[in-house]
Structures are given as structure tokens and as C-alpha cells.
Design a protein around this ligand. Structure first.
Ligand code: PGA
Length: 246
């Protein structure tokens, strides 16, 4: 399957920085197909300016969150339908920063993923353990719990991507060992295969301090089908280098 590299810009980039960043990626992509699909997930207010630039190009657009309802009295929220209307094909749901900052739990995340599907978006559903859970050897059971409760029954390889993001690796420069990444991804694959007819086809991303120095080794792991990149996605050279290591 064709890998997917995602740039999760988080709450970064003013409009001018965002447009320069995506223009830089467009230039690289015009010269070379790195052999993977490329997706950028800017903040809500930057979606349209970025959509205008990447229109017709092989770079896809995604958002970082959506509401469970498609419209209504939800001050400050944005629906999956609005994201699709703005040009998005993907939305990240259940990122650990949403789970922590906004007290999102699996019940909410599974509902957001369902809303994404209903609007024709692919949901990138994030799962992962804290350092305490890793040290207590609870990683596989925590990931299993997230996976069972955050991935809706209607998920297919066409509408869902699963991202394994150990919380302690996000933005810290720390990463699990290759063996640890491999163990978790194999476990996720087995759970998806047991639950979904096309469980073998879901793309499984690794996220957490992925950078040009470690991407090649991580992306070579069986059952790692791409990356969810935060910090390193804000720099054209670094992000492109990760894409090129596919
Ligand atoms: P990071 O973030 O690459 O900065 O660790 C990854 C993520 O949170 O998606």
C-alpha cells in the first residue's frame, strides 16, 4: 500500500508562513514523487488559503479536529461537513493533545470519527500510551482499549487511518525503539484484522518526534505505513526529507 506522510501543523503558522510552507512543498513535489501520499493539516483558519494553493496538486488537505454534529448551536466548533466543504479530505481525531487539553475521551472520539465518515472524510484516529503506562507495561492494553473504543464499527481502510502516537514521544525528541514500534504496530494490525474484513489494508502511521534522522528506519518497519509529523512538518526541508525517506 502507498504510505501516507501527514504534516500536523498544530496551532502554528500565520497565513504568510503557511502559504510559504505549502508552496515550498509544492515545488518539491512537482520535481519528484517521493512514493507516498502527502497530507497537510493546518489550523482551521488557514485551511482555505492552503486549499487555494494546493488545488489540483497531489498534496491533500486535512483538519486537526471536528465536532460530532454537522451543524447547530456549538459556539466555536467546526463540523466535518464544513471541513469537506472547505476542501478537506481528512481530519485528525483523538489526538492526545485534544484528549488532554479538551478532556476528549474515546466516546467523543468515536463519535467524531463517525461524523467524519458521514461527511465523506477519512478519519485519522490517534491512539497511544503515556510514559507511566509504558513503564507499567500497559502499552498494548492501552492501545487496544483506544482502538476498540475510538474506531467506529463503520471503519474501513478507505475511510480510516490509525496513528500510533506514544504520548511521551510527542514533541520530546524521544522515540520508542524500533522493536517497540514494531510490537505495537503488529498488535494494532492484528486487532484490525480480527475486527474488519479489510483490516490488512488500513494505513497505520507512527507519530512522535519523527524527524529526518529517524524517519527512514521507522518507515521501514513492517506495518508502519507512514508518519504523523508535528514539529518537523513546519520546515519544508525537514518534512520533505521525511517524505523522501519513504
Ligand atoms: P511531533 O508531533 O512530531 O512534534 O512529536 C507529532 C504529533 O503530535 O502529531
Amino acid at each position: 500500500m502507498r504510505p501516507l506522510i501527514v504534516g500536523n501543523w498544530k496551532m502554528n503558522t500565520m497565513r504568510s508562513e503557511a502559504t510559504a510552507l505549502v508552496a515550498g512543498l509544492m515545488e518539491q513535489r512537482a520535481e519528484l514523487d517521493p512514493g507516498c501520499d502527502l497530507l497537510v493539516c493546518p489550523p482551521f483558519v488557514i485551511l482555505r488559503p492552503v486549499a487555494d494553493i494546493i488545488e489540483g496538486s497531489p498534496i491533500a488537505l486535512g483538519a486537526q479536529d471536528c465536532h460530532t454534529d454537522n451543524s447547530g448551536a456549538h459556539t466555536g466548533d467546526v463540523s466535518a461537513g464544513m471541513l469537506a466543504d472547505a476542501g478537506c479530505e481528512f481530519v485528525i481525531v483523538g489526538h492526545s493533545e485534544r484528549r488532554a487539553d479538551h478532556r476528549e475521551d474515546d466516546v467523543l472520539v468515536v463519535s467524531k470519527a463517525g461524523a467524519a465518515h458521514a461527511s465523506g472524510l477519512q478519519a485519522i484516529i490517534c491512539v497511544g500510551e503515556t510514559l507511566d503506562q509504558r513503564n507499567a507495561e500497559e502499552t498494548l492494553s492501552v492501545v487496544e482499549g483506544h482502538l476498540l473504543s475510538s474506531v467506529p464499527d463503520g471503519a474501513t481502510a478507505e475511510n480510516t487511518v490509525v496513528a500510533y502516537e506514544p504520548i511521551w514521544a510527542i514533541g520530546t525528541g524521544l522515540t520508542p525503539t524500533i522493536e517497540q514500534i514494531s510490537e505495537v504496530h503488529d498488535h494494532i494490525r492484528a486487532l484490525l484484522v480480527a475486527r474488519f474484513a479489510d483490516g490488512n489494508e488500513f494505513r497505520l502511521l507512527y507519530g512522535g518526534s519523527m524527524n529526518p534522522g529517524n524517519a527512514r528506519e521507522i518507515l521501514a518497519v513492517k506495518n508502519v505505513n507512514g508518519g504523523l509529523v508535528g514539529g518537523a512538518s513546519l520546515n519544508v526541508k525537514d518534512f520533505w526529507s521525511i517524505c523522501a525517506s519513504v
